[in-house]
Design a protein. Structure first.
Length: 376
């Protein structure tokens, strides 16, 4: 990964470049931000620059994630058939393949890649012992050794405490790059020993340009997508790649909302919501998250319709002659905040491997109350 392959983030890239050229490289750095903002992409570009300093042969190694002085740790999942605890080296071939496909992917996509999306991975004590053993050896190229720990918040407490010891007394010319999406899950003692690097959302204009360049999306469609994803490139690209899901998502959204509107008058429609939630619970987590993003956007546009801002609407539902304006009348200032809060909560719990059936059923039933409210 080179700097020019990172999407946007020009100011941060300049700051990181300056820190290298001015020899202000902190031995322990914590990169914080969403994966879709470029968390791993930026860290890889930074590591490449520290190791390579303009050497093309070196860049070829880092681009393949095979430089001998660049080490990776990441959450792994124990194999039930094996008694030993899994470590990153057991999965390094898969991890390289996963990252080379896209360095903007998140931890749930990693689990799905491993066909383990119903389980939670972690970074173990054994992994830390392996790190310490490797870093106590001399570097192959005579320069820095870099230990990149992706999704550092998945470290178990015992593992974090072991890491703390080597952070306090690191081997010479060793650089630790810890990457995390959730700063609150990092031990305060680790935080206090790391220089923090914040990764902010990608500028909307950069998303538009990249969608046009990579996928050939026209400017209007690219702008529509960019306005929905809040600076998350992975989400933007998934919306393009999974555009075939639009009709399916419309069907499930309409089915849910019709049942929610009818349930207060005819309780038998609650069974329809139960069936709806059971079907969606069988989807993969990324598809569930994409559907929730779709729902949030449709409710937002329904609110615009209800308040006579139709010129701002770019994705009204049309499936099976759906009565868009009639539906929009149910979405107003007295319920939109609760609706969006409920969808965001569902997204949060799905990301954290919550029980999808319970999450979608709870959200589905709550919508019956929200839509029944009268506009003030």
């Amino acid at each position: 990964m080179k700097w020019e392959e990172v999407i946007g983030q020009e100011l941060l890239i300049k700051q990181l470049k300056d820190s290298i050229s001015e020899n202000r490289i902190s031995h322990a750095q914590l990169f914080i931000g969403k994966s879709g903002y470029g968390l791993l992409a930026i860290a890889l570009a930074y590591a490449s620059e520290v190791l390579c300093s303009g050497s093309e042969s070196c860049y070829k190694q880092t681009e393949k994630l095979q430089h001998p002085d660049l080490h990776f740790s990441f959450p792994t999942i124990n194999n039930a058939s094996e008694k030993k605890e899994a470590i990153s080296s057991d999965y390094i071939a898969q991890f390289r393949e996963f990252v080379l496909k896209s360095s903007y992917q998140n931890i749930n996509q990693w689990y799905e890649f491993l066909n383990e999306d119903k389980k939670q991975g972690f970074i173990s004590v054994k992994e830390m012992e392996n790190i310490i053993e490797k870093l106590n050896l001399k570097s192959f190229e005579g320069g820095y050794k870099i230990q990149l720990i992706w999704m550092a918040e998945t470290m178990r407490t015992e593992a974090a405490n072991k890491l703390l010891k080597i952070l306090e007394e690191p081997p010479a010319k060793t650089l630790f790059l810890l990457l995390a999406e959730d700063e609150k899950k990092i031990l305060p003692t680790i935080l206090s020993r790391c220089q923090k690097v914040d990764i902010h959302r990608i500028d909307e204009g950069k998303i538009v340009t990249e969608l046009q360049s990579v996928f050939g999306v026209d400017e209007q469609k690219a702008s529509q997508i960019a306005s929905r994803v809040e600076g998350d490139w992975e989400l933007a690209s998934n919306l393009v790649i999974n555009s075939h899901l639009q009709e399916e998502f419309e069907q499930y959204f309409i089915r849910w909302n019709r049942a929610a509107v009818m349930a207060p008058k005819k309780p038998e429609f609650l069974k329809e919501i139960v069936d709806w939630s059971m079907e969606i619970s069988g989807w993969g987590r990324e598809k569930q998250k994409n559907f929730l993003q779709f729902c949030a956007e449709i409710f937002r546009q329904a609110l615009l319709e209800n308040y006579q801002a139709g010129q701002l609407i770019n994705n009204p539902l049309t499936y099976n002659n759906f009565k868009w304006k009639s539906f929009s009348s149910f979405v107003h200032g007295n319920n939109i905040e609760d609706i969006m809060e409920e969808i965001n909560a569902a997204f949060f719990h799905i990301e954290r491997n919550g029980n999808a059936r319970i999450i979608f059923l709870d959200m589905g039933i709550k919508l019956t109350r929200f839509l029944a409210r009268k506009r003030v």
